[in-house]
Write a protein that binds this ligand. Structure first.
Ligand code: FE
Length: 149
């Protein structure tokens, strides 16, 4: 396959009922491509899971004492052993929340909140959508964007 054209979508997909099966384009940013997909499909609530391979990732760890995220970048080939997340809405914008477990070449794993990751190989995602939106709000106590039901 030819290199990704800037005008092309960073994914291909097939829909099965309320579920999408998505192949993310190689060399794109995984988190950004998933967000683009959710926006394009107007998904306002859902569950995400996937597997794949990347060669760079920035993970976040949330420190509840400081209410700050600590980011760390890993530049190496890794398996996305598990990508788990969800889709919701916040202030009218599509909001994805992604966590991942990444497998290293020595078979150990690192994990965290996924900020960015550069796909190097393939990434296969399943997004199950729900039929009414889930909204978030900023919670002062935790410093987190929480579900509002
Ligand atoms: Fe998180």
């Amino acid at each position: 396959m030819n290199a990704q054209q800037s005008s092309e979508k960073p994914y291909t997909y097939k829909k099965y009922g309320s579920t999408y099966v998505v192949s993310i384009a190689n060399h794109t940013d995984l988190a950004e491509s998933i967000l683009t997909f959710c926006k394009d499909m107007k998904i306002t609530a859902g569950s995400i899971n996937g597997i794949g391979a990347i060669n760079e990732a920035t993970l976040r760890f949330y420190n509840p004492k400081t209410k700050q995220y600590v980011d760390k970048t890993f530049k190496e080939q890794m398996e996305v052993a598990n990508l788990t997340g969800n889709v919701s809405m916040m202030n009218g914008e599509t909001y994805t929340h992604l966590h991942c477990v990444l497998g290293r070449s020595d078979y150990t794993a690192i994990a965290g909140h996924l900020l960015t990751a550069t796909l190097n190989g393939a990434c296969e995602i399943v997004i199950t959508t729900f039929d009414s939106p889930i909204e978030r709000y900023y919670d002062e106590e935790t410093g987190l964007n929480m579900y509002r039901f």
